[in-house]
Write a protein that binds this ligand. Sequence first.
Ligand code: SAM
Length: 245
Amino acid sequence: TSYGFQRVGEDEKQAKVDTVFHTVARRYDLMNDLMSMGMHRAWKSAMVAWLQPGKRPGWSSLDVAGGTGDIAFRIVDASRGNAQVTVLDINGSMLDVGAERAGKAGLLDRLTFVEANAEALPFEDDTFDAYTIAFGIRNVPHIDRALTEAYRVLKPGGRFLCLEFSEVDMPFLEKVYEQWSFRVIPQIGRMVTGEAEPYQYLVESIRKFPRQSEFAAMIEQAGFERVAWRDYSGGIAACHSGWKI
Ligand code: SAM
């Protein structure tokens, strides 16, 4: 297969992204651990700690591009049983893995799985107390549409949080990180899934994603206020926060 991501248009991009995640769904969790040397776990926990979910019964959140459920499980855990989380993903294969994991963890009564597109959410306006998206938004062809939809489905007073790979701000770390992502990650991908190209795509999409301040401006453009971000691991990842006031 040739994914050829650099050359495709935005609508084709979604089809390519879908192929990648159908291909890797069963190995996705293992790959995350290997590629980030386990760091994605700490970043996800830090994001959920910043959210402080579920202060009261009935508190609800939407985890977009929720994949195999990592963020949703952490939110339910941190909410002391208050949170009801909807896991939304465009990819049924990823959601299948998430639902299996939720079943094993006895969390199915707290979670709902929905197969849909981040650019056209199947929910009414003002529905959720929080919206999260982790390592998902850079895969969405029209980021502005996803942000507008996030704003729409949040209740007034609701919180938006986005975790994504970002720009490293330390020259030495940047060099190491570059070697790791361009040389090592596709090789790990080949060893574990038999294919290197889906991972080449992931690495390229990280490079193309806007840096912290630019992405903050896009979030403000969608209507969010008090926009801020925190860098994790020197900016390898960053978490952006905004409020619908
Ligand atoms: N949030 C999970 C995590 O952090 O482990 C999964 C992240 S995974 C790198 C990216 C996910 O985005 C995939 O499950 C993919 O199917 C999903 N995705 C890609 N495009 C999407 C879209 N337009 N709408 C919703 N989900 C999408």
